[in-house]
Design a protein. Structure first.
Length: 128
């Protein structure tokens, strides 16, 4: 089983179960992963990076509001609809990504990337 990670630099890395990343030990991977999770504790979410993640990972099914998207699945809510759902919060958006409902696939994201994506979605909220 492989997981693909996308970094802010735009690079993608595939790491298989039990494989080391770029020749580093498993301990190095653990430290790297923990740094990604803890990043959200120290930095504010980055909605611009969330927008890039949305365009790269979510636009096959959702209208993500990036402006350059031509189509999406009609039965799946747009990011604007998700943002404007009554009582919507960053936490609830992140929870739906971490524990997706069918037909949404499971997408491996760090805590920081989840926060960035949720922050972007919430920028699409209409003022009430």
């Amino acid at each position: 089983m492989f997981q693909t990670f996308i970094y802010k630099s735009g690079t993608r890395r595939r790491v298989g179960h039990g494989q080391a990343y770029n020749g580093h030990s498993g301990i190095g991977i653990s430290a790297w992963y923990c740094a990604g999770i803890c990043r959200s504790c120290h930095q504010a979410p980055d909605p611009e990076y969330g927008k890039k993640l949305a365009a790269d990972l979510c636009s096959n099914c959702h209208l993500v509001g990036t402006g350059d998207q031509q189509q999406a699945n009609a039965d799946i809510p747009s990011f604007r609809e998700i943002a404007n759902k009554e009582g919507q919060s960053a936490g609830s958006i992140m929870a739906h990504i971490v524990v997706p409902k069918h037909p949404m696939p499971s997408i491996p994201l760090t805590q920081g990337e989840l926060a960035d994506l949720a922050a972007y979605i919430l920028t699409l909220r209409e003022s009430r």
